[in-house]
Design a protein. Structure first.
Length: 317
């Protein structure tokens, strides 16, 4: 859908759209109960709003929308709008209200130049937050969230979540996909970084160390039962092989060592975490040995992450 100009029409239910542009105009009382919910708004130009409502009905409910860019949600008149469980991200102003009374609860206003206007900053009040939504691919307009998103299980505790698949944490997600079959699952979630390490060029029989951090960014305990790769003679880790338990926000740092055995070789491998996480943890590894003793080629970019031993947290069963 490309834009919606209401022209004071009695629209009662705007749902499940991708709106290029926004909603503009008045939404007067129609006695039916007006709702704008489960939409994605892409205003585009910085001066456009996802919702620019010149006058709202006293029963207007705006919930579980995702608004990207522009001027977010702007209500210029009317009273008692109920705005909850929405994501507004990368906007000039996230939510702007010029009404006497409004309900603002459990919204995530993230990376906006101004989070709120016309009202005090609501972050930290009534469940309103400002955290990374963890969109999977903004460029491709995929506004589903990674399992580490701060919007999972962060919506109104009284909102219906029955349409979310199990495990759903017993609480609605914030944003377009909250209380839908497409909602991100609740559960243990591994976030491993960096996603790749290039050890660069080193001579045969020498070795180089780097670090890989594994974090439980989910809402339940992660049980790591193994870390495997194809050839441990080339890329090895200091993982001890026992079950490691990570509570939410706990982390471990794994040392990865590159020790090539042959000259004139470009090595590559990947390491995969075996766990109960709903997201796989994986890293790609690269390493090289000199092509010749007098080789003058430029080495590959070396991405090395030092191992902070004091930051290592491992709990064994």
């Amino acid at each position: 859908m490309t834009g919606v100009q209401t022209c004071a029409l009695p629209i009662s239910d705007v749902r499940e759209n991708i709106i290029i542009g926004g909603i503009f105009g008045a939404l007067p009382d129609n006695g039916l109960g007006q709702m704008i919910h489960h939409n994605i708004f892409l205003p585009g130009a910085s001066y456009m709003s996802g919702m620019n409502i010149t006058e709202c009905a006293s029963n207007l409910k705006i919930f579980n929308n995702t608004v990207i860019g522009g001027d977010g949600i702007w209500i210029q008149g009317g009273n008692f709008p109920d705005i909850r469980n929405n994501i507004v991200a990368f906007a000039n102003t996230g939510i702007e209200l010029w009404v006497d009374t409004a309900t603002l609860a459990f919204n995530n206003v993230w990376a906006c130049t101004n989070r709120y206007s016309g009202v005090a900053d609501q972050t930290g009040k009534n469940g309103n937050i400002s955290v990374d939504p963890g969109f999977k691919n903004i460029v491709l307009s995929d506004f589903h969230s990674f399992c580490w998103s701060g919007c999972i299980d962060a919506g109104d505790t009284l909102s219906d979540f029955s349409m979310e698949p199990q495990p759903n944490g017993g609480r609605i997600n914030i944003g377009r996909y909250g209380n839908t079959p497409e909602a991100e699952l609740s559960g243990p979630c591994i976030w491993a970084f960096p996603e790749k390490i290039d050890f660069g060029y080193i001579p045969v029989a020498q070795q180089r160390d780097s670090a890989w951090r594994i974090v439980n960014k989910g809402h339940m305990q992660v049980n790591i039962s193994g870390i495997t790769n194809t050839d441990t003679t080339i890329f090895s880790t200091d993982y001890h092989g026992s079950t490691t338990i990570l509570n939410p926000n706990d982390s471990i740092v794994i040392k990865i060592t590159f020790h090539p055995t042959e000259n004139k070789v470009h090595y590559s491998d990947s390491i995969l975490i075996a766990s109960n996480s709903i997201a796989p943890g994986k890293i790609y590894l690269y390493g090289h040995t000199a092509l010749a003793i007098d080789d003058n080629s430029n080495p590959a970019e070396i991405i090395i992450y030092p191992v902070p031993a004091e930051d290592k947290l491992t709990v064994e069963l």
